[in-house]
Design a protein around this ligand. Structure first.
Ligand SMILES: C[S@@+](CC[C@H](N)C(=O)[O-])C[C@H]1O[C@@H](n2cnc3c(N)ncnc32)[C@H](O)[C@@H]1O
Length: 333
């Protein structure tokens, strides 16, 4: 099939592809030879080229093979999958059409769309129902564990899966783990399966209900103790220096609970996993900024810490990152 094409040097092709992707024809196959890449393009690119980078484009006309389009290939958007529920971003175009295609996949029974940000002390969000079965409850599988949960009543993010695996790899048999903001249990259940002695706390009664169910579903025995309450006050002030690992996954509020965590952690060898959201502000996108400010703030509250690792967990929003600072406390707090 003859088409207008943009010819570009191989080394520049990927950059150009990103710049002109809205003009590239999807019904034809991009052609390459030893030195050049040829993008089949729509005629409207001529206007764009005139206004933008007139001199950078080499237009030719040439033959391209047709491309076979799979029925679901028009879905080029990211969605989260929790159990059998697909979650579309709030700004998705034509959610109903997208949902139709998603529902043709065997593993998806419900399609929802985000209708709010994560909010409130239970860290939940609202969803709009789009298609499929009308429910927000599902069963999610991750790292050979099963989590029953309700998306509207409890917090759960499949995007933390790698982070959970990483944290659990630090844990050993019989160690004591306190999961201060446990939710439906994705850190706690994993730690309990690793034969740690786990105390899982959450103030959301629904999270605790599902966590109790998940304890049974995953056949975790007596080494998982579940507490409904406020992590800031539920454990007696007389308890201290007990935990080998303390997981603090409540970004935005973690600082408020630092003193309690510092009291509970074993000094020197215990590890606190401190989650927060850091902002990249350096002139050269200097990522150290992300951590330095947070570490200073931690030290202003509980004194010197020994940082074992500081990492980006995932992007949160432009210039903001969900981060984890892993640290120990040397001195008796
Ligand atoms: C961001 S979610 C994390 C849940 C879980 N760790 C996960 O990764 O899926 C934070 C959880 O902390 C709980 N929470 C908020 N404030 C709390 C408090 N003061 N004490 C105990 N739990 C709290 C919320 O109900 C929510 O389930």
């Amino acid at each position: 099939m003859k088409s207008l094409a943009v010819k570009v040097d191989k080394g520049l092709a990927e950059r150009l592809r990103r710049e002109i992707k809205e003009f590239i024809r999807e019904d034809l196959v991009v052609v390459k030879d030893g030195s050049f890449v040829y993008f089949p393009v729509k005629g409207s690119i001529i206007d764009y080229a005139d206004k933008n980078y007139k001199n950078d484009f080499t237009f030719i006309e040439m033959d391209f093979p047709y491309r076979e389009i799979r029925p679901d290939e028009d879905i080029r958007l990211s969605y989260d999958l929790v159990g059998d529920i697909a979650i579309l971003p709030s700004d998705v175009d034509d959610a109903e059409t997208v949902a139709k295609t998603l529902l043709s996949r065997k593993n998806i029974r419900v399609v929802l769309k985000k209708a709010s940000s994560i909010e409130g002390s239970f860290r939940t969000r609202k969803y709009d129902y789009i298609a499929g079965e009308r429910r927000t409850e599902t069963v999610h599988r991750e790292h050979a564990c099963i989590y029953k949960l309700d998306l509207e009543k409890t917090y759960f993010s499949p995007r933390l899966s790698t982070e959970r695996k990483r944290v659990i790899e630090n844990m050993r048999d019989k160690e004591i783990v306190i999961d201060m903001f446990a939710g439906v249990g994705p850190f706690s259940i994993l730690a309990a399966k690793k034969k740690c002695n786990v105390i899982a706390i959450d103030c959301n009664p629904y999270a605790i209900k599902y966590l109790n169910e998940n304890k049974k579903l995953n056949k975790v025995k007596n080494n998982l103790n579940i507490i409904l309450g406020d992590s800031g006050s539920v454990l007696s002030k007389n308890i201290h220096d007990i935990a080998d690992h303390i997981i603090m996954n409540l970004p935005f509020s973690t600082f408020d609970f630092l003193e309690v965590a510092a009291r509970l952690v074993k000094k020197d060898k215990g590890i606190i996993y401190f989650y927060s959201v850091g902002e990249e502000r350096g002139e050269n996108n200097d990522r150290d900024d992300l951590f330095d400010e947070q570490i200073e703030k931690i030290e202003s509250i509980i004194g010197d810490i020994k940082v074992r690792d500081a990492r980006i967990v995932r992007p949160y929003s432009p210039y903001n990152y969900h981060i984890c600072i892993e640290f120990s406390i040397n001195e008796r707090f």
